[in-house]
Ligand binder design. Structure first.
Ligand code: PEP
Length: 256
């Protein structure tokens, strides 16, 4: 059985007080209606990590950052290291999100290095991959995700790989309201699983969760979670309201 995960990427939303309120609402809902099958993770902005840690002290919700800098420490004005993130109590970090690839020109080497420093600092990684619409229309989806996974996961030991979760996020479905159909998503997830089988020992490849991300909402979560190779979701917009995020978690609890 693979770990099932529902994670929320808050992106550049929520001040400290807003973050505290949102995560308190989420924790209250989960206290009344606990998630027994899914691990729940929230990824607020850096500035809210310590606040979220305080609020979540007695909760099972885990939290993480959305990025880090790929060096241990140094004269890198404005950057945030893995060790700093770890010191807030965070357990997770998202790496390779398509918005970072697109707006901040992160390439496969940068992403591989970021994963390395995360793992060295005992942060677990949600590693995002996915194709653009143009690439999908050219039938390049599989080549793109193959390349991203091969480079991103290069050089890690079996022990390290156990701390990585993949999120397949077709770029054309992120923040656009367009979701991959359950079949479209399942096809890529099944391909990713085959790829992991070819690259790693089966005790790694069969256990690595693969989440789907791209306009997941309460209305479409169930159909996605019913697919055999979808182990949960990385949610953007719909995780900014406690109610919709909780409904997605409840769909996971029903299906998994
Ligand atoms: C994301 O940014 O990871 C994401 C999936 O966003 P949305 O759910 O808003 O498409």
């Amino acid at each position: 059985m693979r770990q099932k995960i529902i994670a929320g990427n808050w992106k550049m939303y929520k001040t400290n007080s807003e973050a505290a309120r949102l995560v308190r609402q989420m924790a209250n809902r989960l206290e009344k209606n606990p998630a027994k099958k899914c691990k729940v993770i929230v990824c607020p902005p850096f500035t809210a990590l310590s606040t979220v840690n305080e609020v979540l002290k007695n909760s099972k919700i885990e939290f993480g950052a959305q990025n880090l800098y790929g060096e241990v420490e140094g004269a890198y004005t404005g950057e945030i290291s893995a060790k700093m993130i770890k010191s807030t109590g965070a357990k997770w970090v998202i790496i390779g999100h398509s918005e970072r690839r697109r707006y901040f020109k992160e390439d496969e080497n940068t992403i591989n290095r970021k994963i390395q420093v995360a793992l060295e600092n005992k942060l677990k990684v949600i590693f995002c991959v996915g194709e653009t619409l143009e690439e999908r229309n050219q039938n390049l989806t599989k080549d793109i995700v193959l390349n991203q996974v091969e480079w991103g996961l290069k050089g890690f030991s079996e022990k390290e790989l156990k701390n990585i979760v993949i999120a397949y996020e077709p770029v054309w479905a992120i923040g656009t309201g367009k979701t991959a159909s359950p079949k479209q998503a399942q096809d890529v997830h099944a391909f990713l699983r085959e790829m992991l089988d070819a690259l790693f020992e089966s005790n790694i490849s069969q256990k690595m969760p693969i989440l789907y991300g791209g306009s997941v909402k309460p209305e479409n979560a169930k159909g996605l979670f019913e697919q055999p190779d979808i182990d949960g979701a990385l949610v953007g917009g719909a995780c900014l309201k406690a109610d919709s995020f909780h409904k997605i978690i409840k769909s996971g609890e029903k299906v998994f």
